[in-house]
Write a new protein. Sequence first.
Length: 198
Amino acid sequence: MRTELVAAPTIEPVTLADAKAFCRIENVDDDALVTSLIARARDYAERFTQRSLLQQTLKLSLDQEDCATRNRFIRLRRPEILSIDSFTSYASDNTPTVFDPASYRISGDRLVLNDGYSFPVGTRCFDAYEIVYKAGYGATADKVPPLMVEAISLLIAHWYENREAAGDPIVKGAEDPNETTIPFGVTQILQGFRIFQI
């Protein structure tokens, strides 16, 4: 099972103007840097929480065994799930079959088969299913929870002020060395939104 980004968000949850105001930057000299920090901070928040913040298109590929033990549903990664673009199965001879949209529905973070439908038999073992879907809180920045925006703003400000790659750990006792560069307040806010994959 793997998830790939097909189309990234077209906007960010924090505008350049808002980030500069938060960081108290009054000139335009660092606009390119701040713009890159906004995207990096949003990406960090998404990876940490395992959520999509703004509308983006993802592709989930599953092996035959990933669906063999499931009860008529597939759990999708990086919710919130907005829509399913396509759901395709691949036969052992690699022939694709697109599922009729009437055969399934979205239920929370799951694609659920409707009554009377089942997963096909005779699919190839690897990459047997492919689901292309849109995920995120919405297509506009105001849909992102304010606390997540706050965490992203804090992270932008921290990275703007601390550009060195090394230094004392900020998150004490972090097992992941990358976590030592993230302020404790950021991780505390994001922890409340975090999804733990089973």
